[in-house]
Design a protein around this ligand. Structure first.
Ligand SMILES: [Fe+2]
Ligand SMILES: [Fe+2]
Length: 200
């Protein structure tokens, strides 16, 4: 039996190796997210290795088409609810975490939770998970396309909960305005982060 991988530095290297055959554009995005997460880790004094590992593995399946995401999710026992069936792209985080645990023998709950929920965030997210979530959302390429994200990036320098609440409010508002479904975890995360911000 393969030994379980529990050391964040070794997990980061294993993810980077797995990413090396992914499309180049995706590899570049993942490297920018890793740099951004490490920057936030330095500002907020977080665990750098956990941030780097979660960033390195977060988009292992981002390049897959809907049918492939559904088939792989079934294979790795990722639950497919109504939101996932309507927008299978939401599966790429939970699938990456399930695959990492089952096929890559990675055993680190905080890293895998950060990866699993990086699309919606999670109300119980750690600060490290929030740093990766935000670094992904304010990837400089995404800010070029959507300058409104600059305010989220600025907020992330001071308060990770406030920045994540701001990001989710923007996205939920635009989904409401265009008549799209809201993911319950994104709503619950926004409420939890707002409370954390008010408490701080
Ligand atoms: Fe992603
Ligand atoms: Fe990403």
């Amino acid at each position: 039996m393969t030994a379980r991988l529990t050391d964040p530095e070794a997990i980061r290297d294993r993810f980077s190796e797995a990413m090396s055959d992914r499309p180049e554009k995706l590899q570049k995005h993942v490297k920018r997210v890793e740099r951004g997460a490490l920057r936030l880790a330095a500002i907020h004094e977080l665990d750098r290795d956990v941030c780097a590992a979660a960033a390195a593995g977060h988009d292992l399946f981002r390049h897959c088409r809907d049918a492939e995401l559904i088939a792989l999710s079934r294979h790795y026992h990722v639950p497919i609810g109504e939101h996932e069936a309507a927008a299978p792209i939401v599966l790429h985080g939970p699938l990456a975490a399930a695959y990492a645990r089952e096929a890559m023998s990675i055993d680190h709950d905080e890293i895998l939770t950060a990866i699993a929920y990086h699309t919606t965030a999670h109300p119980q997210y750690s600060l490290e998970a929030l740093a990766v979530f935000l670094a992904d959302k304010v990837d400089p390429r995404k800010m070029q396309r959507d300058p409104g994200l600059l305010a989220v990036a600025a907020a992330a320098e001071h308060d990770l909960h406030a920045a994540a609440a701001m990001f989710l409010e923007r996205r939920l508002t635009s989904q409401l305005n265009s008549g799209e479904m809201l993911h319950p975890l994104a709503v619950a995360s926004r409420n939890a982060f707002l409370q954390q911000t008010r408490r701080a």
